[in-house]
Ligand binder design. Structure first.
Ligand code: ATP
Length: 343
């Protein structure tokens, strides 16, 4: 059946102690992770954090130097890529320029010797689903970036593999198309009940698409959480800095009298929307105001630290010396090791 919907709690992929070294570089170091079936998991992190390497290990395009990968009940750590029950969409789309859209989409089925009649049936169904009917005879060079992306997706979907891996599939598209494709890919994943593992360095993509986000840094996992949990309770100062536009304000604790007793190197975190200009509060100097229509981003200096706050545009434009205040409940504390201290 095309629309396979696995039980929500089932684990599709289990990664245990995965490591990968390239000569001197430790690309991955002790990565353990459960990827739930039928859910959208995003691997998120800055350039070089190891997210593509992790995806390539799952795909079987690289072999780990430590650890195991299980797909369902099977240990696939050393299984050849083609024998793993998964599909992959690359950033470059990897379409064959000399083949038509139709030939590109069914390529994997042809290789697997699926009968022509069944191949054509599946092609028509996927082409309809992806809005590719009118484009089937064209070559990739005659398509827009968004259309090429859709062909690459169709090729993954037609394989009917329960697990789909995607490496930065939207990075070659302009902002408007990216926003449209985010919605399209998410809808497709839900509709087909696919287990998606999706690599991006774009936190907006991660926040808008994911059921679970895996934040990576320096070859290790910093936090695994749902988008709202990650935003509201970042486990480390790295996650606090990485999620949110603008990122969370992090002030040296010794700047804030109330927290000056914390160990040196501790940080007090406050989101920009939790800070307001008030009658009482921390003395600050306004440095810059950016207008965004509905609101403004105001930069202010508290001692040597710069903080950003979001202010509704209907309020008066602030300038000069002000007082900044935030509720205690909005505070996130991080120890000198970067780990969250607040409950
Ligand atoms: P980006 O977003 O820039 O693609 P990434 O998070 O996907 O980054 P990886 O591509 O997984 O990061 O790379 C992780 C580390 O491993 C980097 O330091 C990278 O230079 C290194 N690395 C990756 N592939 C190889 C390779 N084939 N040979 C040597 N080093 C590699």
């Amino acid at each position: 059946n095309f629309e396979h919907k696995p039980a929500q709690s089932a684990v599709a992929l289990e990664l245990d102690g995965l490591g990968k070294s390239f000569a001197e570089t430790k690309a991955l170091d002790g990565v353990s992770l459960s990827i739930p079936a039928g859910r959208f998991t995003v691997l998120l992190g800055p350039s070089g954090c190891g997210k593509s390497t992790l995806l390539r290990l799952i795909a079987g395009l690289e072999m780990p130097t430590a650890g195991t990968i299980r797909l369902g009940a099977a240990d696939i750590t050393h299984t050849a890529p083609a024998a793993r029950n998964l599909s992959m969409v690359f950033q470059s789309y990897a379409l064959f320029p000399h083949l038509s859209v139709a030939e590109n989409v069914v390529f994997g089925l042809s290789v697997r010797k699926v009968a022509r009649k069944q191949r054509n049936e599946r092609l028509m169904r996927v082409a309809t689903m992806m809005g590719l009917e009118a484009l089937l005879d064209r070559r990739p060079g005659q398509l827009s970036g968004g259309q090429q992306q859709r062909v690459a997706l169709a090729r993954a979907v037609i394989s009917e593999k329960p697990v789909c891996l995607m490496d930065e599939p939207l990075s070659n598209l302009d902002a408007k198309l990216r926003a449209e494709m985010r919605v399209e890919i998410r809808a497709l994943q839900k509709r087909l009940g696919l287990t998606m593992v999706y690599v991006t360095h774009d936190q907006v993509e991660a926040m808008t698409m994911a059921d679970q986000i895996v934040v990576m840094n320096g070859g290790r996992i910093e936090q695994v959480a749902a988008p709202d949990e990650l935003y509201m309770r970042p486990a480390t100062s790295f996650c606090a800095r990485f999620i949110g536009t603008p990122p969370m304000n992090l002030l040296p604790a010794d700047l804030i009298a109330q927290w000056a007793h914390l160990p040196g190197g501790s940080l007090v975190g406050v989101r920009c929307e939790d800070i307001e200009i008030a009658k009482e509060g921390h003395p600050a100097q306004i440095e810059n105001v950016e207008y965004f229509g509905a609101d403004r981003l105001v930069s202010a200096r508290i001692g040597e630290a710069l903080v950003t706050l979001r202010q509704p545009a209907r309020e008066a434009v602030p300038s000069g010396a002000v007082k900044l205040s935030w509720p205690n409940a909005a505070i996130h504390l991080f120890g000198p090791d970067g780990q969250r201290m607040t409950a």
